[in-house]
Design a protein around this ligand. Sequence first.
Ligand code: FNR
Length: 191
Amino acid sequence: ETRTVAVLVGSLRKDSASRKIAKAIADLAPANLKFDFVEIGDLPAYDPDLETADAPAAWTRFRGQVAKADAVLFVTPEYNRSFPGFLKNAIDVGSRPWGQAVWTEKPAAVVSTSMGALGGFGANHHLRQALSFFAMPILGQPEAYIGNTGALFDESGALTSEATADFLKTFGQAFAGFIARNTSDPAVARA
Ligand code: FNR
């Protein structure tokens, strides 16, 4: 059955390795997964005082896009041993109004990236900590810490590392199985 995966990328720059990794996962994943890239760079900083009938349009757009997905894929670089602040803001925006979090119980996967060798371990686990509040089942294996991202792509942005392509394909298959085990039939779930 078709499942929609909302993709949140924790980098805003045009040439982002994280975005390329996210695209590669989408391209290599089983065909029943449909990936919807959800932009987060335009979300005003979360302020409970703006939670009115005129809440920022970008918040409403974002919440709607995540709410209709069956699962969420996070692909993020590490910023100062954690994940970037604007990604935390997106999580916060999606968590309110109280009782209406768009994240609740959606299966998720976390991929961290780095130009360095450590693969964004700190970002990966800080992000898991924030998500744990929403009772989201989070894919445990395989873990995905993608390091040395400067060496994985050609000039056109295509993945040149066969080992990474193999890994991302395996990762997508594992996530598809995990989503299937952790969601009911989408038609039933939405009824
Ligand atoms: C970084 N970078 C970085 N890398 C890392 O491995 N650990 C870290 O703590 C940080 N901290 C950090 C802070 C800030 C503000 C920036 C801008 C960068 C480097 C980071 O891995 C590199 O810029 C990646 O290429 C960013 O991912 P994208 O933009 O290519 O997806």
